[in-house]
Design a protein around this ligand. Structure first.
Ligand SMILES: *[C@@H]1O[C@H](CO)[C@@H](O)[C@H](O)[C@H]1NC(C)=O
Ligand SMILES: *[C@@H]1O[C@H](CO)[C@@H](O)[C@H](O)[C@H]1NC(C)=O
Ligand SMILES: *[C@@H]1O[C@H](CO)[C@@H](O)[C@H](O)[C@H]1NC(C)=O
Length: 293
């Protein structure tokens, strides 16, 4: 009985491939989820399966720690360590892979690209609503107990060592009117984005510039432009600098300008709430990159 069911599924998949011819052997993909989520959630299982089905590529959602709680309370640099170990242990990724990340998962994904020594290479990077230039206020929280815990931690001072060691988003909260606090106290994003003069890591740039394609979807973070590496101007809550006017871009601190000038970055503006990307947008912007070899 079970065997028959499996055969039937195989036939359905085989015909999908005929309808949507892809490269015969697309690279596998990995998916990193955002805060307050986990690979086993119904939405993510569906999303992962959808990506597999319509790209014809093998792929999986990579969980970090216990999922939901660790997405809040494990510092991003720890999450990257875990992710780095996992991708190295996955033999199927050794020839390279495509990376899809949602929201906070982009901090893990980009950290992986830039800092994972000896990890397999990432080819296409599909960044959905990533807080790349930092967020000016913590991400939406929708689970009462956890939110209270998060809010209490933030009240202690987001740039204190205590909070930096205990709250994932503290690693990428960039308050435009406290840039000094951010530069001194924020342990993650200023380094990832090569913002600290005298401490720039050229390897980060070299690795990031190696990407074949970078796809960036903007979304309802604060400010939304952060998904495209834009942010408030230092010291201001009013003026938002588009990516091309940020120092990260003009000084090409991590290689984003290099990629952009080579026509490898797609900045995409889609309508919909945070992490809601329509099937037609997936078809237009996401599946093609996952089919690539
Ligand atoms: C994902 O969910 C939608 C809506 O419920 C459903 O139509 C679709 O078949 C699901 N996709 C997969 C691959 O399970
Ligand atoms: C919070 O969760 C509830 C129930 O799942 C949902 O109806 C509501 O839209 C969510 N709010 C936000 C801000 O995500
Ligand atoms: C993105 O779309 C929104 C809503 O349509 C619009 O307000 C905004 O100006 C667009 N941004 C860019 C950079 O095109």
């Amino acid at each position: 009985m079970a065997a028959k069911v499996l055969v039937a599924i195989f036939v359905i998949f085989a015909s999908m491939f005929t309808v949507f011819p892809a490269s015969t052997n697309p690279l596998p993909f990995v998916l990193f989820h955002g805060i307050a989520d986990e690979c086993s959630s119904a939405r993510l299982q569906n999303f992962t399966a959808t990506l597999r089905k319509w790209s014809g590529a093998q792929g999986s959602c990579i969980e970090i720690g216990n999922g939901f709680m660790d997405s809040f309370f494990m510092p991003i640099e720890k999450q990257i360590e875990v992710a780095c170990k996992k991708v190295k242990s996955m033999k199927e990724l050794s020839a390279g892979y495509n990376l899809v990340a949602e929201s906070q998962g982009n901090m893990v994904g980009r950290g992986l690209i830039q800092t994972c020594d000896g990890g397999p290479p990432v080819k296409n990077y599909i960044a959905l609503a990533g807080p790349h230039a930092g967020v000016a206020s913590p991400p939406l929280c929708n689970e009462t107990q956890t939110c209270v815990l998060e809010a209490n931690l933030i009240r202690l001072g987001v740039y204190t060592k205590f909070v930096q060691e205990r709250l994932a988003p503290a690693g990428y909260i960039k308050i435009p009117t406290d840039i000094e606090g951010y530069m001194k106290g924020c342990v993650f994003l200023p380094r990832l984005n090569n913002e600290i003069s005298g401490q720039k890591n050229s390897l980060f740039k070299k690795r990031f510039s190696r990407l074949q394609n970078l796809f960036e979807q903007d979304q309802t973070l604060i400010p939304r432009e952060t998904s495209w590496f834009g942010h408030y101007e230092d010291g201001s809550w009013n003026k938002i600098l588009p990516v091309q006017q940020t120092k990260l871009y003009t000084e090409d601190r991590i290689g984003l300008r290099t990629l952009d000038k080579a026509g490898k970055v797609k900045f995409i503006n889609v309508t919909g709430d945070h992490l809601q990307i329509s099937f037609s947008d997936l078809q237009k912007h996401v599946f093609p990159y996952l089919r690539a070899n």
